[in-house]
Design a protein around this ligand. Structure first.
Ligand SMILES: [Zn+2]
Length: 560
């Protein structure tokens, strides 16, 4: 708390002043600002109630009020003094009586009254009864008697294990995926693997689905995209699931009766391929076993012209151990334009989540670019992109890592003062323990409270293309967190901490995946290169070998 007691004037950021003046111009009813006065955020000389809105109506018994006032003067609510932060930010968690509740805030000469209405919870057999009543028709599962199949029409459709809950461990289905439909439950179809997908993302056909046959299979390295590509020629864009266990990558195909095997020789990543048949469940499962030294950092599935393209992302190749030359990093600043994200104690009269996210992201970008990384931003200004747009971009860019940057908040019914600090979110911890590496690095760097990363099914984390996390920097709903977050020097510090965490992760996996080959009698650089499925040129460059005809027995060659 001491940290925030310093005077504000020295840290007024020009952009915030500018932002406020723009907001101010469009909000002339804030009478405390004289028309020719530049309203610095350091002192609004007014009482701003950021949330809830006046005449907010709820059935809850408690609500958090969040706002800002003139920090030179004490703030009173219904005659009692209230704690404010150094900048005059405050939150109070108030009890509500049934009916109208008035909260009179007083600060210097200003009085602001907030009215909150609490409605009684209806206990009669009304429509909105949640307990006891039985008016909501129960949706039940209906199995189809005739043959039906469906084609996924929205890219990255999320299956769920039950209609009522999303399962964080399930992975998205790509556009065109085709499955038998076993039945329906409300607005969901049940697919051949027993999962449910929203009817809005499937086109239904009342026809029999032909059994699938994989007639041709190939495997090749795409050096430019740094991935291993497995192509399976098949007559149905088969429903699939992907899973990982140790050095094994499993690709399960449903309603599939034949599965051609690709030749594995020479790629240096996959040691062998086996296919398991489950005739009861009509599945074929490819098991791709990687060499001990190999690992992958993401996958993607696409269907095109009767071919399933299964792409496995290979470890980032860095030019050296100190820089990030060779890495492609995607940074996603949450929200944008009309989508403010969440707001802090200043409401829309101060920096909102989208502004803070962008500032931090730009600092992270600056840090990473200085190390030679290629940084791709979802947005570099105040533009809005939908979540599916963002996911689409990431799948196209195929970065080595994707990091989304957000600010957190609680809902009105919770006590805002109780939640603060940093949180890391992820969906699948499959690739190099990214959630923990990022979480540990950032909390240590900024000396923040360490909490376990949280697993959640979020659009930007359930990407399988690359390792991805979503960071909630702090709680805008907490006055002290907000005060920290709006200061540009802290945004910079946070941005750099995120950059360092990304750097640590990428350098960690790049190093860890350097396969060392010890030269034996009779080896040539050409034979070593061919054994590992790479070109001599690339192997020579990677090892800084100037004369490709000169290697010696016992020499250690790094395999990228
Ligand atoms: Zn957000």
């Amino acid at each position: 708390m001491l940290l925030f007691q310093k005077k504000v004037k020295s840290i007024v950021s020009f952009s915030i002043v500018l932002l406020l003046s723009i907001v101010f111009l469009s909000q002339p009813h804030l009478t405390a600002y004289a028309s020719n006065e530049m309203p610095g955020y350091e002192n609004p000389q007014d009482i701003i109630i950021a949330s809830p809105k006046n005449n907010y109506t709820t059935t809850g018994s408690k609500v958090s009020i969040l706002g800002a006032c003139d920090y030179e003067y004490p703030l009173y609510m219904n005659g009692e003094e209230i704690e404010t932060s150094g900048y005059g930010f405050f939150t109070v968690y108030v009890e509500l009586e049934v009916g109208k509740n008035e909260f009179v805030f007083e600060n210097n000469e200003v009085i602001n009254t907030l009215t909150i209405i609490r409605n009684k919870v209806s206990t009669s057999s009304g429509n909105n009864s949640t307990s006891g009543g039985n008016t909501t028709p129960k949706v039940t599962y209906k199995e189809y008697q005739n043959d039906v199949y469906g084609v996924i029409t929205s890219d990255y459709a999320m299956p769920r294990s039950k209609v009522s809950e999303s399962n964080v461990n399930l992975m998205p289905l790509t556009l065109g995926t085709t499955s038998r439909i076993l039945g329906e439950n409300g607005s969901y179809y049940k697919l051949a693997d027993g999962t449910y997908v929203s009817k809005s993302s499937i086109k239904r056909y009342d026809k029999t689905l032909e059994p699938n046959k994989v007639t041709k299979a190939s495997m090749s390295k795409d050096t430019a995209a740094n991935q291993l590509v497995i192509e399976l020629t098949m007559n149905v864009n088969s429903l699939y699931s992907v899973s990982f266990e140790g050095q094994n990558i499993y690709l399960k195909l449903y309603d599939t009766i034949a599965a051609a095997k690709p030749i594995t020789k020479g790629n240096g990543i996959i040691e062998k391929v086996t296919v398991n048949t489950d005739s009861k469940n009509k599945t074929k499962t490819y098991c791709f076993t990687m060499f001990d030294s190999a690992s992958i950092y993401g996958y993607d599935v696409n269907f095109k012209n009767g071919v399933m393209r299964f792409e496995l992302k290979l470890p980032v190749i860095l030019k050296d151990t100190k820089s990030l030359v060779g890495a492609t990093i995607l940074l996603d600043a949450g929200h944008g334009d009309y989508d403010n994200g969440t707001v802090g104690a200043m409401g829309v009269y101060g920096p909102v989540e989208k502004d803070i996210n962008l500032n931090i992201t730009l600092y992270t970008k600056q840090y990473l670019e200085a190390l030679g990384a290629k940084v791709v931003l979802i947005r570099e200004d105040d533009t809005f992109y939908s979540l599916s747009n963002r996911v689409e971009t990431i799948r196209k860019v195929k970065p080595d890592i994707s990091v989304s940057i957000h600010g957190n908040s609680l809902d009105y019914a919770s006590d805002y003062s109780k939640a603060s600090g940093f949180l890391t979110y992820y969906s699948y911890n499959l690739f190099g323990n990214l959630p923990n590496v990022m979480n540990n690095s950032i909390t240590s760097e900024l000396e923040l409270k360490k909490r376990d990363p949280r697993q959640s099914s979020l659009s930007l984390t359930r990407l399988t293309t690359c390792p991805s996390v979503l960071l909630e920097t702090s709680f805008l709903s907490n006055p002290y967190d907000y005060e920290y977050l709006i200061q540009s020097e802290n945004q910079k510090e946070f941005g750099i901490a995120i950059g360092k965490a990304i750097q640590g992760y990428l350098q960690g996996i790049a190093k860890q995946n350097d396969q060392v080959y010890v030269v034996k009698k009779g080896d040539t650089l050409a034979s070593i290169a061919s054994k590992h499925g790479i070109t001599i040129k690339r192997l020579a460059e990677y090892n800084r070998i100037e004369d490709i005809n000169y290697i010696i027995v016992g020499q250690k060659i790094l395999i990228p």
